[in-house]
Design a protein around this ligand. Structure first.
Ligand code: TXA
Ligand code: MG
Length: 323
C-alpha cells in the first residue's frame, strides 16, 4: 500500500497548508473525528478534484468546515432555533448541521441539494488554519471512497500520499468516528448519520429526535450507502465463538469489543470496556487487521447504547460487502 515516491509531506506547518489551499490545492487536515481531505469550498475546481482524488461519486455531497458559528451563519439563509442551541452547546465538536444554503456555496458541494452540511471541527491546529483562510474548507474523510476512514496522518499517507502534497499532522483523532449529522424539518430534529456525538447528548439539549440513519436511498443523506467503511479482506459480524468454530481452517483476525480470544491476530477495541475507547480505536484496528496476512476478519457488535449505536452502524456497514 505504501508508495515508493511522490509521497505527501507530513508536518504541522499551518502556513504551508494555507499557501497550498489558497492556490487551489488539496491538503489533508486533522479533526477530532477523522482526517479530512480539504479544499477551498468556494473554488469549484478544488471541489471537483476532491471527488476525483477519492473516486467519490458526484451524488455524495461534502461537509463544509468553518472556524466558528458566525462563519457558518454567513453560508446559510436561516438557522432554526434548535440548530442554534446545538451549535452553542457542541461546537467546536463532532456535530454537523444541515442548513438551507446560500448561493455562494457551489452546487457541486451539496450535489445539487438545497441544504449544506456545516461544522466547526474540535481540533486546535485546524481551527487555527481555518481562521487564517478567507474561505471555508470542504473536507470528506481522507480515504478512497468506500474504504475505512483515516484517524492519523500515516493512514492518509498510505492511501492518498501520492495524490496530495501536504498532510497537516494533528496526531491521533480523539473521537475516532465521523461527526453526527443533524437536520431540521418542521421543528423536528432528525439524525441523518449516527456519529461521535451520541443521540442522548443531542436529546438532552433539544428533546426527542428521529433517527433516519439506515437507508440506501435516503435523499437527505445520499452518501450513507450500506456498503461503506469496508476493509479489503472478507469480514464477518456475529457471535465470535460461533464464527470461529465455523471457520476453523482459515487464518483469522479477531476484532472484539473487550474480550480476548485465542486467534492468530487479535485486537480488542476497549480493554477498559468504555465505548469512547472503542470509537477511538475502531478504524485503526480495522486497518491493522486488513494489513495482516489473514483470510478472514471476525468481529462483533458492541453494547447498543450511547456511542455504541454509531460504532455498530460502522461495523454493520463494514461487514455488509458480499465476498
Ligand atoms: O467527521 C466528519 O464529518 C468528517 C470530518 C473530516 O469532518 N467528514 C466526513 O465527511 O465524514 P464524509 O464526506 O466522509 O461524509 C459526509 C457525509 C456523507 O455521507 C454525505 O452524504 C453527508 O455527509 N452530507 C454532506 N452534505 C450533505 C447534505 N447537503 N445533505 C445531506 N447529507 C450530506
Ligand atoms: Mg467518509
Amino acid at each position: 500500500m505504501h508508495n515508493l515516491f511522490g509521497m505527501a509531506e507530513i508536518g504541522n506547518n499551518i502556513d504551508t497548508a494555507q499557501g497550498l489551499l489558497q492556490e487551489g490545492h488539496l491538503v489533508a487536515i486533522p479533526t477530532e473525528t477523522v482526517y479530512g481531505l480539504a479544499g477551498n469550498a468556494f473554488n469549484p475546481d478544488a471541489v471537483a478534484s476532491i471527488f476525483a482524488t477519492k473516486n467519490r461519486p458526484a451524488f455524495d455531497p461534502l461537509i463544509v468546515h468553518v472556524a466558528n458559528y458566525q462563519q457558518a451563519e454567513e453560508l446559510v439563509t436561516h438557522v432554526p432555533e434548535k440548530a442554534k442551541l446545538l451549535a452553542e452547546k457542541f461546537w467546536p465538536g463532532p456535530l454537523t448541521l444541515l442548513l438551507k444554503k446560500k448561493s455562494i456555496i457551489p452546487d457541486l458541494v451539496t450535489s445539487g441539494l438545497d441544504h449544506v452540511a456545516v461544522r466547526v471541527p474540535g481540533k486546535e491546529i485546524t481551527l487555527a488554519l481555518l481562521s487564517k483562510l478567507d474561505f471555508p474548507l470542504v473536507a470528506p474523510s481522507a480515504n478512497p471512497f468506500g474504504y475505512i476512514s483515516p484517524t492519523n496522518a500515516q493512514h492518509v499517507e498510505n492511501q492518498l500520499g501520492s495524490k496530495i502534497k501536504y498532510i497537516l499532522d494533528g496526531g491521533d483523532c480523539t473521537i475516532g468516528i465521523e461527526s453526527t449529522i443533524v437536520g431540521f424539518e418542521n421543528g423536528e430534529v432528525i439524525i441523518h448519520r449516527l456519529g461521535g456525538l451520541s443521540v442522548d447528548e443531542i436529546e438532552a439539549v433539544v428533546g426527542s429526535v428521529t433517527v433516519k440513519n439506515h437507508s440506501n436511498s435516503n435523499p437527505k443523506s445520499p452518501g450513507m450507502l450500506l456498503n461503506h467503511y469496508s476493509p479489503t479482506k472478507p469480514i464477518l459480524l456475529g457471535d465470535i465463538p460461533t464464527l470461529l468454530a465455523e471457520n476453523k481452517n482459515k487464518v483469522i483476525g479477531i476484532l472484539s469489543f473487550k474480550d480476548e480470544y485465542s486467534a492468530d491476530y487479535q485486537k480488542t477495541l476497549a480493554a477498559d470496556g468504555e465505548l469512547k475507547t472503542a470509537a477511538k480505536n475502531l478504524f485503526a484496528s480495522l486497518r491493522w487487521l486488513d494489513e495482516q496476512p489473514i483470510d478472514l476478519i471476525i468481529t462483533e457488535l458492541v453494547p447498543k447504547h450511547g456511542l455504541g449505536l454509531a460504532i455498530n452502524d460502522r461495523l454493520t456497514r463494514a461487514t455488509a460487502k458480499k465476498h
